[in-house]
Design a protein around this ligand. Sequence first.
Ligand code: ADE
Length: 240
Amino acid sequence: MNFHILTLFPEMIEQGLGTSITGRAIKNGLIDVNAVNIRDYTKERHGKVDDYPYGGGAGMVMQAEPVYLSYKAVEEQILAEGRKKPRVIYTTPQGKVFNQRMAEEFAKEEDLVFLCGHYEGIDERALELVVTDNVSIGDYVLTGGELPAMVMIDSISRLVDGVLHNDDSAKYESFANNLLEYPQYTRPEEYMGLSVPKVLLSGDHKKVDQWRYEESLKRTKERRPDLLLGSDPIETSNFS
Ligand code: ADE
């Protein structure tokens, strides 16, 4: 899986994704992170990539050309290597809110391009020309698109075969069935007067599975009843 990130801060992406599980996946060749500096594609002096907004108003707007050219360079490379034109995700609070189902859908792609905005946004013409998906990570505003891109890349990467060492862990955690994950315990059996639920020590796998399912359901009802009501587009027919 190849991630291409169009950004003014490539070092932020490289450092953020170069550690922990995504860092190991990069080293093992399971994912590739190609951070492309939009500034390398400006023809203006001093690496200028932004300008004042037409019509006035606060802040600066990222110019269309360096964004367009940086995308074209990535597209050209992908096509030259015999792969299809990629989906281009623009990280924006105006997009559809990212969820596990979207992570699963994106994980099917061979290449994904993320376009990270800064300042007061990007010239609309560049967006019209290159973007296929507008995606937000929540209803709040950040200073730039790099953190949202990293959030999405992290959650997509862990669905790529081999990235998590234990295959099962991606299947049974929160949201896998539109349910939150059950509580987990490890040694010791008692801590500060709190005991591990007896059923988990019983060795009876059927009973353990049943208990975990019930706890998942209880936790989802308490903490995220919206998931059970099906307000989220994830398939809810798995509930009995
Ligand atoms: N850029 C700024 N805020 C954002 C958000 N909430 N989601 C995605 N991209 C953003």
